[in-house]
Design a protein around this ligand. Structure first.
Ligand code: HEC
Length: 130
């Protein structure tokens, strides 16, 4: 009998601990990183004049159907050419400057949030609802 009680207590402790650990795992696409307007982000993604771009290039030319964005949510580092960045925002700004010949966006601006929200969405293989 005592052994059964001990086992029950043990199982309860495990169950409680498991829930605690689970609560620490952030949700995929949490509101912090996907709080922007994905439709506006998509427009920017297809706009050759985005961020004052002078090169006549747009994001979708090189990242059609999310090319290069596979598994972004699992990455800690983002790479463009031989450069490494610690956020999608910085990688996007590098692409803006290098390819679009545009002006980098302020990291927590509305424009950047919209763009990153769209980038994350296509990385999950989804399109914004219309
Ligand atoms: C001329 C081509 C070109 C254009 C235009 C371009 N990119 Fe990129 N971008 C690349 C290349 C090449 C890489 C690095 C290789 C890869 O992952 O495909 C990259 C990487 C990235 C990454 C990091 C991906 C990762 O997995 O680490 C992000 C984010 C990104 N680009 C966003 C953008 C955004 C936003 C725009 C539009 C403002 C843009 N890019 C325009 C070529 C381009």
């Amino acid at each position: 009998m005592k052994v059964i009680v001990k086992m029950l207590v043990f199982l309860i402790v495990i169950a409680v601990a498991y829930q605690f650990v689970n609560a620490e795992v952030p949700l995929k696409g949490d509101s912090k990183t996907m709080s922007g307007n994905a439709k506006k982000g998509e427009e920017a993604f297809n706009d050759v004049k985005f961020a004052g771009g002078k090169a006549g290039k747009k994001c979708s030319e090189c990242h059609a159907k999310g090319k290069g964005f596979e598994g972004l949510d699992k990455q800690q580092k983002y790479k463009v050419l031989d450069k490494e960045f610690s956020s999608i925002e910085e990688a996007a700004n590098f692409c803006i400057q290098t390819w679009l010949q545009g002006i980098p966006l302020v990291k927590d601006s509305t424009e950047m949030k919209d763009l990153v929200t769209y980038v994350r969405l296509v990385s999950y293989n989804k399109q914004p609802s219309r």
